[in-house]
Design a binder for this molecule. Sequence first.
Ligand code: MSP
Length: 500
Amino acid sequence: MSKFFVTTPIYYVNDAPHIGHAYTTILADVLSRYHRTIGDDVFFLTGLDEHGQKVMQAAQKRGLSSQAHCDDLAPRFLNLWKTLDIEYDDFIRTTQERHKKIVQLVLQKVHENGDIYTDEYEGWYSIAEERFITEAEYGSGQFRDVKKLKEKNYFFKMSKYQQKLIDHIQAHPDFIRPEHRKNEMLGFLRQPLGDLCISRPKSRMDWGIEIPFDRDYVTYVWFDALVNYISTPGYGSDEAKFNKWWPADVHLIGKDILTTHSVYWTTMLFSLGLSLPKTIFAHGWWLIGQTKMSKSLGNVVNPLDLIENYGVDAVRYYLMREMVLGLDANFTFDSFIKCYNSDLANDFGNLLNRVSGLIQKNHGGQIPDPGTLGNEEERIKLEAVSLPARIKDLINEYKVQEAVSLTLDFVRILNKYMEVQAPWKLAKTDMKGACRVLYTAAEGLRISSIMLSPVMPEKTALVLSILGANQTLPVWGELKPGTVLQAHPPLFPRIEVEKN
Ligand code: MSP
């Protein structure tokens, strides 16, 4: 049995989650569910990033203590994950004792390894970015809330590991994906890498994890947050668990946090003497028009509104179907409706309605016996049995959108087969033929439902229960003739949009 350890970023608790956050979590859930269906041992980790200046300021605005603010917002994420059918294995909050202890252990170890030093630094500090910015960045005028600061701080010797990191990226083509992001990082690493300021004096900002060797400081939020990927699977607390899961198979992240993951995090791991994650996959952004969907721009789509109107599986499906992993995607209500009506209502839903309607009408509601398969049925069978291996290859390549399209292509092949064979006509002249066709279409529907189950767990479970089938690995011929079909409402009723 293989293991699969997948992580999402841990989200800032500044505000309610939006589609951008939901996307990565659904993606991780789809990959986890897929790996579970093929028998892998899965650890799916997600959680919340609760420290740092942004969270502290959000709390202050609401007149709450930082902890009370986090405790108040955390359930919004948990409830959304529940509504979205997210089956995570652990949910970390960085204010939990189990995490804080390990961040302090990491700081101690990195310090003992000689990778932390103090320095007095004077420069421009961006409150929004929570870091000192360079003179050139200051000059660009792109930074808000900037002030001159002089401070003693602790620095992590990131620069020491620059060459080692470049060598690792070059020797492991799967380490940073997609390819263009890898090249972007290699380009970035052509410049000398600075060291990382990892402390904040409590006199200025005290919402963080105390530095164990200097209680006047808390640690920088990223030095705290990234550690979640090892604190949760047992680093420093449960050796057997940690050895089982680490290194992570994939850190799924958005493109805006690629540097923190591929540079800060990996050099931290080097200092700790730990192996690096196999893959850091940076996906693109969900855009509205040409701009990123983000809370500060006020253009966010709330996933709960969509779910309430169209159901959770349609939302999961759309997000997986629409975004090519690695590229930006545009969220529009029109494309959502189009995708729903064509793929879900016309293709997938309609296949079930036709198959079950005809079995009810002409075959006493029982799955008919196929008898001997003809050429057309053998062709369908071949498509069906080759589907799992083709999907496995695509998923291993993180081509989730293509995997979904491939299954839908198969659904369309089945619909076409039904149209050409017309079992409703055959029932009048060749009952055996009608049985053969309906069995074949129902069996194809069963297999496509299993392949779509990681994306649409609820609706596919419904299809399987209508067919009296289980969520087993798809082998042709498991559908039992004689099984009584369950009555059901339409799977995905068409959405009629009023035209002006
Ligand atoms: N807390 C840090 C991550 C720490 S991981 C150790 C963080 N949090 S965040 O809440 O601001 O963003 C979390 C993720 O949401 C990022 O991967 C970001 O790319 C993603 N998204 C936020 N808006 C997005 C879109 N509009 N589209 C897609 N994903 C985007 O950064």
